[in-house]
Design a protein around this ligand. Sequence first.
Ligand code: FAD
Length: 426
Amino acid sequence: MIMDYDVIVIGAGLSGLIAAARASAGGRSVLVLARGQGVLALTTGCIDILGCLPGSEGRCLTDVAGGLQRLAAIDPDHPYAKIGLDLVQESIEFWQQVMPAVGYPYCGSGAVNYLLPTALGTVRPTALAPATMAGGDIRNEAGTLVVGWLNLLDWHPKLIADGINDLRNRRGLGGAWSSVMLDALPGAAPELTPVMMARFLENAQHLELLIAGLRKSLTPGTGRLGLPAVLGIDEGAALFRQVETRLGCPVFEIPAGQPTVTGLRLAQLLIKFLKQYGVGFRFNVSVLSAERRNGAWQVMLDLPGRAAVVTGGALVLATGGLIGRGLEADRTQIRECVAGLPVAGRDLPGQAREASGWGRDPFAMAGVVVDGRMRPVATDGDPEQYRRLFVAGSTLAGYDPAVGKDGLGVALATGYVAGNAAATEG
Ligand SMILES: Cc1cc2nc3c(=O)[nH]c(=O)nc-3n(C[C@H](O)[C@H](O)[C@H](O)COP(=O)(O)OP(=O)(O)OC[C@H]3O[C@@H](n4cnc5c(N)ncnc54)[C@H](O)[C@@H]3O)c2cc1C
């Protein structure tokens, strides 16, 4: 049978994009099919590998490498434990190779967490941070000025400075955080969301006005400037570097609002990069079903006014969980929507929240059970019908990103393994 593509990926969240990147790097022709962009644009764009250990009651983890060892020992059903820590590390190295070429470099080895400020004046642990954000670690003792503009919505510099000062005082750290609210940006709308401001600043003259205003706010005590993440979307880290160089002062971004500029940047730049390398994309298309016939995967698409079929040698299912709508729940069961794969935990809605252990939500824990190569296990019926099918990201069972703070980390590691297996396994 003549196949349209070597690998078809369903889903354009981070797990699908990484699976596509890995399969394409393995020399395969790849098509990504997606209804929308997934959850990525709602995230900080930081790759949280592991922020909390199960049972640690929400305590922030700083030693990620040690935490992963412990997690693998106590929770063999977690996707990281299934993959093995060497492959988790390999996926991090793949990320660190790809992102500079994407034009949006990341900092961090994955072994330790940054402690970065949030727009609410709290702190979040993350292992891989965009270069535009990594300078904001709250343990840095430089005097920090958080800047706002009167016409920017969802951004409260004083709330951030006060909250971080509280946290830092408790840790006995020096170097206070302060805040300043600047006048509305001239020429901009009277009310700007962070995304609107990022688009506004992609104009060189507007960026000049911003730099001039920031320069006036610098004092001899300013060791670094904390800005909302508004320094452009399409330009990656270029506007950030320009602002930092021109001011001669370290700058860092803090994500604000939703969608976040940092999440949008990551999604859009990664898609643009993959397109340049020949990965095909079809957005706004719902996959109705996928089945293996005559040695190929046949994927049924719901197009306006008609249905269509594309065929592929291997299939990566990266359709998300209940939020991405790769899984659907009713009062009696949770089901996987495309290939009809068995879902572990389908009887969980009737159980207590504690049933899945360590305070994790049974709905988040439910999903498709896979082996270490992301192949579905415990399939009902003929295993041949699921040959060359690989599952990645939040469609998988066994973890709750709200508790482990490991959402994009699992998407990266499992997308990498699924893409690799789709490219190489016969
Ligand atoms: C608000 C929010 C903020 C978060 N912030 C962070 C953070 O800062 N850092 C972090 O590490 N984690 C964060 N997480 C967790 C993390 O975002 C998710 O774990 C991760 O993005 C899941 O990625 P995914 O690729 O598995 O799924 P998704 O991003 O949900 O992607 C699913 C994809 O499948 C497509 N799809 C589904 N069904 C079909 C179909 N039938 N046909 C065609 N396409 C289909 C969707 O359109 C989408 O493209 C956050 C989660 C939320 C909800």
